[in-house]
Design a protein around this ligand. Sequence first.
Ligand SMILES: [Zn+2]
Length: 147
Amino acid sequence: MARQVDGVWLPERVSGHPALDAALCDVKRLRFALHAAMVDNSADAAAQLHKFVTGAVRASRYVRDEASALRLDGGAGLRMPLHRFTLSLATLLEQYPRRAIRSCADDACGWLFLDPSGRRRWCEMAVCGNRAKARRYAQRHKPRGEA
Ligand SMILES: [Zn+2]
């Protein structure tokens, strides 16, 4: 079963704790915004991404990592994983051109993947690529008379 919280569908087995549900809703909103920004090139989605990034920066403080570099820590508490992911995402989006972040050619998949070469079609050849090959093979070897 699923239930809707603030316009986002959550599985029933989530805690029911309002703060946890709200954090999970934000994880899903970030995922939707990222997908819309990359696939649809949506300005609204880019604005949503901006809100997540500014929220993550606001919650963070600078700390030194093992390599003695300064990095934003994502803060603490329930939203720390979301903030850390958002900060990593912002870095990735700044490092690669838009064309390097591609969506899988399988319409049923919907995954995004990083492809700086611009030559890949599938998120994973072993999954979506092979499924497409199997479909093409079945189409070519279909008995005559079948549509
Ligand atoms: Zn795929």
